[in-house]
Design a protein around this ligand. Structure first.
Ligand code: 4LM
Length: 411
């Protein structure tokens, strides 16, 4: 049964027009991939393996596992059965050969980048990135002789103009946090591949239910599983997905030896549970966000709405091509600027002021003073993050109730 679904998924990646048609298969895989209750005494839900270490009947076998000559768990900083199930499920859902669970989204990004980059290499990153990713690149990697260059990757020609044999990684988010810029995954991946660079996509905002970057030619995908994959705001976790060769390297170098940013088995269990309802939740987040984005767009006090589902969005056509729907994130600016945005946040009752995203609860925050305060104000201006921008993560509540709350606060 699983093979049939996996074949369908692979076909879907080859033909994005089929993306919506395989929804049923994705939903089935999100619940079943990698797990057979018959292997665990009929337990419908996978067991939680908390063991930090794993014993073998003799020293030879454990030694062989260390040498990579025998399969099996050694120590939970390297692998763990509960985490391994999530890794297998995420690999299937992303259409990747393999995946790796990590302690956070930043853990996933750090483990991948520390493994793949060496002093003298260049990383070309999109101009807009999550604040801590921007800090990791510019305050972390840059200290160790890695050249960080920011390019507007929503314009593939801009990448083609500057990419060189020094470029090791091309890195971007789509939609980008916080301003919702869309990057053409296929176009950027093709340019990167031709230059011998690895394309790494942060798929946190879209999730594999809406976009599967590897099917468009990307090499690696990273996630903050804290967000939509977990889905309930009660876990911090990350995932990297890609070829077996790259994932094995990231596991044994970036994760095991360099960062130690290991996924806790309990976190893996919570993410496995979250992923079961990912399709249902993403449909609801997306449909509610589309309604609210249109409502905001029509509001007299709103200066601009950044949501890829709007015809007016610069990346709308590309988003239509590479996303099954437009997701649950909206960014907008009020005519009264930053102060009006802060007043709006203060005036809300149902919608909570908090960072993070992808939860059942609708969250609102002010990127310039919160998630993107790692940029200086000059850097934010340079990177297209306006001081007045307000970010909404649309939750699972009734959209009419959210609109009523926004309406009252905007008035
Ligand atoms: C936030 N974001 O935006 P961990 N990649 C993307 C993200 O949005 C985040 C991470 C990685 C927010 C957190 C406070 C696109 C995080 C990092 O927080 O390390 O799991 O993910 O509100």
């Amino acid at each position: 049964m699983a093979t049939k679904f996996i074949e369908a998924l692979v076909r879907a990646q080859q033909d994005t027009a089929m993306h919506k048609a395989v929804d049923h298969d994705f939903s089935t895989l999100a619940i079943h991939a990698g797990y057979d209750p018959a292997d665990e005494q009929g337990a419908l839900c996978p067991p939680l393996h908390l063991s930090s270490t794993f014993t073998t009947p003799d020293a030879q076998l454990l030694g062989d596992r260390f040498a990579g000559e025998a399969q099996g768990h050694i120590y939970s900083r390297i692998s763990n059965p509960t985490v391994a199930l999530l890794e297998e499920r995420m690999a299937v859902l992303e259409g990747a050969e393999a995946a790796l669970g990590t302690g956070s989204g930043m853990g996933a990004i750090s483990a991948a980048l520390w493994t793949l980059l060496e002093p003298g290499d260049e990383i070309i990153a999109d101009s807009t990135l999550y604040g801590c990713t921007f800090a990791l690149l510019n305050h972390g990697l840059a200290k160790f002789g890695i050249k960080v260059r920011h390019v507007d990757l929503s314009d593939p020609q801009a990448l083609a103009d500057v990419i060189s044999d020094k470029t090791r990684i091309v890195y971007f988010e789509t939609p980008a946090n916080p301003n919702m810029r869309i990057v053409d995954i296929a176009a950027i991946s093709a340019i990167a591949r031709a230059a011998g660079a690895i394309t790494l996509v942060d798929n946190t905002y879209a999730t594999p239910y809406l976009t599967r970057p590897i099917g468009f030619g990307a090499d690696l995908v990273v996630h903050s599983a804290t967000k939509y994959l977990g889905g309930h705001g009660d876990v911090v976790a990350g995932v990297v997905a890609g070829s077996k060769e790259l994932i094995d390297r990231i596991r044994m170098e970036g994760l095991k030896d360099m960062t130690g940013s290991v996924m806790n088995p309990f976190a893996a269990m919570l993410v496995l549970r979250g992923v079961k309802t990912l399709p249902l939740r993403m449909n609801r987040h997306s449909s509610s966000a589309a309604i609210i984005a249109r409502w905001l767009d029509d509001h007299a006090n709103v200066a601009a709405v950044h949501f890829p589902g709007l015809d007016s969005h610069a990346g709308h056509a590309i988003a239509r091509r590479q996303m099954a729907d437009f997701g649950g994130m909206i960014a907008f600016e009020l005519k009264g600027g930053k102060q009006a945005g802060l007043d709006l946040i203060a005036g809300l009752d149902l919608i909570h002021c908090a960072v993070s995203l992808g939860d059942a609860e609708t969250l609102i925050q002010h990127p310039a003073s919160m998630t993107h305060s790692t940029y200086t104000s000059e850097e934010r201006a340079l990177h297209g993050i306006s001081e007045g921008l307000v970010r909404l993560s649309i939750g699972l509540e009734a959209p009419e109730d959210l609109i009523a709350d926004l309406d009252k606060a905007l008035a």
